[in-house]
Write a protein that binds this ligand. Structure first.
Ligand code: FMN
Length: 242
């Protein structure tokens, strides 16, 4: 046990411990801390809003998929989704959790299920405000692209276009939709990606410098975000035998 100090934060006693073995952690900007006590939240006794607040506040940061799809009238829909991640590579798969508006399914889900194609655009800090504005509940026939004055470029493998200004876009084909309770889980196969030249480190090795994209991630609360530029490395070890 190393030396440390404690503070009360509301009803929580938070103890920060910095022992000799923690010096490397401290140098990396991390602080090892232990809670004096932990609270438990039993999801069976919570309503959906409370579960949402806990899940989205605790599972952070989440990447943001800024999705472009084609509306039924041919215009382009754009909306952000942070229930999003990459989950496999053979084939390359991404997953989205798309809910409903209070009165109707979200346009993105309707469009993906009808057209079977969509583009995941990754969000740099410079487009954070536009991304957030595109989450406004515009009626289905209104294009966020037109409403917000966004620019797009043609995609290579699918019909929905890519968003200009995003350092990377993933062109996707709908793989399947699963309904689990009220959750609509959309699986997409990535057919190909676009990456800004300056993000690519070595094209022959498919190596990219993620932090150069200056992407933002989603934190808890209604308007919480984080940057992804504070990178540190941990070399992987090989088991050398006992
Ligand atoms: C950063 C961010 C992340 C979001 N993540 C999700 C999400 O994972 N699932 C969801 O259903 N809605 C999410 N939303 C809300 C949708 O973007 C919003 O309901 C939008 O109006 C849907 O648009 P659409 O009807 O054109 O598809 C998010 C909003 C923001 C700003």
């Amino acid at each position: 046990m190393g030396t440390g100090w404690s503070i009360f934060f509301g009803r929580y006693l938070i103890t920060f411990v910095a022992g000799e073995s923690d010096h490397r952690v401290a140098r990396q900007g991390g602080t090892r801390f232990q809670y004096g006590s932990m609270m438990q939240f039993d999801f069976k006794s919570l309503d959906a809003t409370s579960r949402y607040k806990l899940i989205t506040g605790l599972v952070v940061p989440r990447p943001i998929a800024w999705i472009t799809t084609i509306n039924v009238n041919g215009s382009i829909n754009a909306a952000p989704f942070s229930f999003f991640n990459a989950i496999g590579t053979d084939p390359a798969l991404i997953v989205l959790g798309i809910g409903d508006h209070p009165d109707r399914p979200k346009d993105t889900a309707v469009n993906i299920q009808r057209e079977k194609e969509f583009v995941v655009n990754l969000v740099p800090e410079a487009l954070a405000q536009a991304m957030s504005d595109s989450a406004t509940d515009y009626p289905a026939h209104v294009s966020e692209i037109d409403a917000l004055g966004l620019a797009t470029s043609s995609s290579q493998w699918v019909k929905p276009p890519r968003l200009d200004g995003c350092p990377s876009s993933l062109e996707c084909r709908l793989e399947r939709v699963l309904m689990i309770g009220e959750n609509r889980i959309v699986f997409g196969e990535v057919l190909g990606v676009h990456v800004l030249d300056e993000v690519v480190l070595d094209v022959s090795k498919c190596q990219v410098a993620s932090e150069r994209m200056q992407l933002i991630g989603r934190m808890g609360g209604l308007g919480g975000y984080t940057r992804t530029t504070d990178v540190f490395q941990i070399p992987r070890k090989k088991y050398m035998g006992s």
